[in-house]
Write a protein that binds this ligand. Structure first.
Ligand SMILES: [Zn+2]
Length: 628
């Protein structure tokens, strides 16, 4: 790996800017630094139109921007500042940095030191490894993906949910009913979803392969079985086949369940609108299909858009589809399950957070063998299952396509928050490090059980009056003050509306969930596949880390890998180092203190899911490819 800063230092700024301007669209970069830092920057960059009064520098050069990003992130992270990319527009990046007030004083003392470091960075040659390691910054936005996300329509999402509600009761068991009014019941809903995927396909010149996974579920045994006689279940899915023959076997998948339930899970006739649970998830799947198929993007890998039934009876539909996927050899790299993503809007509800969606992921893989469990326990890998790395990839994507604001996150009970001034994206995933909510399950688990990485998206706060409930209004019953001594004002007596009605769903919120899903699907389907056979050597007692891996099938010639890492106590990746070529690297960082991953990246910056290395005693490079 070269030494970019030492190299740049010998070029005059004007030569450099001209070269980059001819090769790239001009980047107009505003870098707003806290004034204590700014002085050293503006001193070092004398002549670069740094405005010492406004604390900004304007640099018309994308390479200098890269340098500033790296410098800012490395230095500010060390000083416990909170840098983040600001609003990003085509060819324009605004980089803002907020200062943790608690550290302002100590930073002031260190200003001189920072200036010295910056001076050294700019004027002197630098060891390549020291500079190549950098704090992770968001990948550059892909204009085609951004354009697709802009097409996500809350109106279409609302229309999808409204249509699904018209089937009255979408209980999976209703497929056995013969007395349903026409146009109601679960099979009518399946027909509509199939027709809708077909319409989407027609609009893209039959780009989708629309299919039914249609089967008879045998009755379950045991007193808690929710399927008492053979029951027809229909999953509907549409495949957008990858355009690269070498990568088309790779698949990423988005799903929601279209069956619904009322209070009695065996009741097939009472109204069960299921607007939030889970017409909202089906609407995400449909809308992702619409905007990605109409985007004009050629995805090398395949994308599968799914709506399953049987969820409320025991995940029967997704179980069948996951087993089908395994039997047919689908190379599923990501399953995004959306279940209850309506952003419940209930008057007076102070618990909801419309800026957040929870992303649940299992820690220890459901399919881990005894040997694998032993290694997970030995090396502390219980927080690095493939599903959890997928959840981290969702966060990585979100930082590119959802731009931070300078507002505090809403504070709701149970939501951790700090006194630090933080840049909080207007919409962002919150990683929940557990498979699912307490005592509850979802379709992602069916895929986990077949060994596929899968996560669940769910709104921040569920309103249990609006799921799994018959539609009804409970009369107002004034609560006696003695029952609620914590209430100092009279408790209002208002009727309570029960039922999963569309009036409680926020289409704008569902649209944000759809954008996050679509962005994740698009990035992962455009990125090279994740590296295979990622290993960390434990052959020597030393404080280095030797990593090696095999490229995935169909790895493009212009793609590369990068190492990511974080503290063992950190939730998401914090640092990265590019690997210019080859399939191994030795880092002078102790593997004992850090968690490493390896991921693929293409020249446009599309990043694969990271892969956690398994420990091996092998020490020599290259390793022979592991047996399949
Ligand atoms: Zn559900």
């Amino acid at each position: 790996m070269g030494c970019p800063i030492g190299h740049f230092a010998h070029r005059t700024p004007s030569t450099f800017a001209q070269r980059s301007l001819t090769a790239h669209p001009p980047w107009i970069v505003s870098v707003a630094f806290p004034r204590y830092v700014k002085r050293s920057i503006s001193h070092s960059f004398a002549g670069y139109s740094c405005n010492s009064l406004a604390s900004t520098c304007r640099i018309v050069d994308n390479t200098w921007m890269q340098f500033l990003r790296r410098t800012a992130h490395n230095l500010f992270r060390r000083n416990r500042l909170v840098p983040s990319l600001g609003r990003v527009q085509p060819a324009t990046t605004q980089h803002r940095v907020s200062l943790d007030p608690a550290h302002r004083r100590s930073l002031r003392r260190r200003t001189c030191a920072i200036g010295c470091i910056l001076g050294a960075l700019i004027t002197g040659p630098l060891c390549s490894s020291a500079f190549a390691q950098q704090a992770i910054v968001p990948a550059p936005p892909d204009p085609a993906i951004a354009a697709a996300l802009a097409q996500v329509s809350p109106d279409r999402i609302h229309a999808d949910i409204a249509t699904l509600v018209t089937f009255n009761n979408r209980s999976t068991l209703s497929s056995n009913d013969t007395d349903l009014p026409p146009g109601t019941g679960v099979l009518a809903a399946a027909d509509w979803i199939f027709a809708e995927f077909t319409r989407i396909s027609t609009a893209c010149h039959n780009c989708l392969d629309v299919k039914r996974d249609d089967f008879i579920e045998p009755p379950g045994s045991g007193p808690t079985s929710r399927i008492l006689k053979p029951t027809r279940i229909v999953n509907v899915y549409a495949v957008l086949h990858g355009t690269d023959p070498a990568q088309a076997a790779r698949r990423v998948l988005v799903t929601g369940h279209y069956d619904s339930r009322s209070t009695d899970v065996m009741d097939t006739h009472a109204a069960a609108p299921g607007a939030n649970d889970d017409a909202s998830g089906v609407a995400v799947s449909l809308e992702c299909a619409r905007v990605l198929t109409s985007s004009g993007i050629k995805f090398p890998a395949s994308i599968v858009f799914v709506a399953v039934a049987g969820e409320e009876q025991g995940l029967n539909g997704s179980r069948h589809l996951a087993r089908l996927a395994k039997a047919e050899g689908w190379q599923l790299e990501a399953v995004l399950n959306n279940d209850i993503v309506g952003g419940d809007t209930t008057p007076g509800d102070a618990l909801q957070d419309k800026s957040a969606v929870r992303v649940f992921s299992e820690g220890v893989p459901a399919t881990a063998t005894l040997d694998e469990l032993h290694q997970i326990q030995t090396v502390g890998a219980e927080n690095d299952s493939p599903s959890r790395e997928l959840a981290r990839a969702v966060v990585d994507v979100s930082t590119t396509y959802f731009h931070p604001t300078e507002q505090h996150a809403p504070v709701t009970p149970g939501r951790s928050h700090s006194m630090l001034v933080r840049l909080v994206p207007a919409f962002h995933p919150v990683l929940i490090f557990r498979r699912d909510r307490f005592l509850r399950g979802g379709d992602h688990t069916s895929f986990n059980l077949e060994g596929f990485p899968a996560v669940r998206f769910t709104e921040w706060s569920e309103n249990f009056n609006h799921q799994h409930q018959n539609v009804r209004v409970a009369p107002a019953t004034p609560i006696e003050a003695t029952e609620r001594p914590d209430f100092h004002d009279p408790v209002p007596a208002v009727p309570t509306q029960y039922g999963d009605l569309i009036q409680f769903v926020d289409p704008a919120y569902v649209a944000n969930v759809a954008r996050l899903n679509a962005a994740t699907l698009a990035v992962l389907a455009l990125a090279p596949g994740p590296p295979r056979n990622v290993r960390v050597s434990t052959a020597n007692l030393d404080n280095n880390t030797q990593l090696f891996w095999d490229p995935p099938a169909g790895f493009p010639a212009n793609a590369s890998c990068e190492i990511v890492w974080r503290d063992t106590s950190a939730a998401t990746w914090t640092n990265s180092q590019a690997v210019a070529g080859g399939t191994s690297i030795t880092l002078s960082i102790s593997k004992d203190n850090i968690i490493f991953g390896v991921r693929s990246v293409d020249p446009a910056g599309h990043r694969s899911v990271a892969v956690y290395p398994t420990a091996t005693r092998a020490a020599t490079f290259p390793m022979p490819p592991a047996a399949k």
